[in-house]
Design a protein around this ligand. Structure first.
Ligand code: HMG
Ligand code: MG
Length: 310
């Protein structure tokens, strides 16, 4: 039986896309393996976006073809457009029939200015593109997840209309996405706002069709997750050690750290299927690979405790 809460790991994609140091593919695969060994079952591995826009993920094809098969683990990769889908299909074909299970994820923003900076298109144009892309991916036998970014606020426009953001999420479900992740791309959300957004979203979606993707930029990510749990959501995105952010959202460092999320969930008696010691080992590896101290609080507390011989 699946654990009651799914921790959806985005570090290898959302984390590494925003790190100054480009991690070589072999090291990325070591991180993916460490995450799978820790018990993470949904791992977002990479992104078939333009390597000119995100050079850190230029090895998407090589990495996807080499993803390790592991019991119960499936991977997700971002595809922004038809070209990305074609590149993904080629990577899977080159890996042969024994490749690990891989889903696709599509994304767009809830605010016009972020959309233009992130994908060079406005929201209407992006929705038109996804109206063709999602069915094309489904036709290739891929499951498709959707992302809506800047739901809680936009780095360029400030306030975002929650009704518009939620309508975009519902459109993605109608197109055939099995789940839509609502993103607080710049980490501005607070609990009352989260309750409002989640309730609006649940008016047109089942709880398992929604996920929260919180950034901890202002320290509110776990409070927002708690509201999501109270409202019945069961999937939460996080990034090992708190790697990454979004390169087109200045100041948006700090995806919610997987260790912080898992520490809270386990402390609440909620099962995730994740092994704490191995998760901390994966966080320590992520920190070594990017060569900087990661912001995850639980990770740092555990490493300090280990360093002190506790
Ligand atoms: P564009 O430049 O507008 O694309 O980029 P274009 O269609 O005009 O094509 C220009 C050139 O790029 C062409 O090559 C295309 O072939 C090529 P040329 O003919 O000049 O040699 N191209 C591609 N090459 C490889 N792969 C592709 C691809 N597409 C076009 N897929 C595009 C449009 C969307 C590709 C670009 O804007 C892009 O890659 N943006 C990156 C956006 C991104 O990755 N952002 C981060 C992910 S979203 C996120 O992190 C938020 C999230 O975590 C949730 C949250 O936190 O809230 C999901
Ligand atoms: Mg993100």
């Amino acid at each position: 039986m699946a654990p009651p809460v799914t921790v959806y790991e985005v570090g290898p994609r959302d984390g590494l896309q925003n790190e100054a140091r480009t991690v070589p593919p072999g090291d990325k695969l070591a991180l993916v393996r460490a995450l799978a060994e820790a018990g993470l079952r949904r791992i977002e591995a990479t992104s078939f976006v333009s390597p000119r826009w995100i050079p850190q993920l230029a090895d998407a094809a090589e990495l996807t073809a080499a993803l390790p098969r592991a019991e119960g683990v499936s991977y997700v990769v971002l595809v922004p457009n038809a070209k990305g889908l074609e590149r993904l299909a080629e990577a899977l074909a080159s890996a042969g029939p024994g490749h690990a299970p891989v889903d696709a994820a599509v994304f767009l923003s809830a605010s016009e200015s972020h959309s233009r900076r992130n994908i060079n298109k406005g929201i209407a144009e992006a929705l038109d593109e996804l109206a063709a892309l999602v069915p094309a991916a489904l036709a290739r036998g891929l499951r498709v997840r959707g992302y809506v970014s800047t739901v809680w606020g936009c780095p360029y426009e400030g306030r975002v209309d929650p009704a518009q953001a939620v309508e975009i999420a519902h459109r993605l479900l109608v197109l055939g996405c099995h789940q839509v992740s609502l993103g607080d791309t710049i980490g501005v959300g607070t609990p009352s706002q989260t309750r409002d957004i989640v309730r609006r979203a649940l008016a047109g979606a089942r709880p398992e069709e929604l996920a929260l993707h919180m950034h901890d930029t202002r320290g509110t990510a776990l409070a927002n997750v708690l509201v999501g749990l109270e409202e019945g959501l069961t999937t939460f995105d996080s990034s090992i050690g708190g790697l990454g952010g979004c390169p087109y959202a200045p100041g948006a460092s700090g995806n919610l750290a997987t260790e912080d999320l898992v520490y809270m969930l386990h402390g609440m008696g909620l099962e995730t299927g994740i092994d704490w010691e191995r998760l901390v080992a994966a966080g320590a590896l992520a920190q070594r690979l990017v060569g900087r101290r990661l912001p995850g609080k639980a990770l740092q507390a555990e490493l300090a405790r280990a360093g002190a011989g506790a």
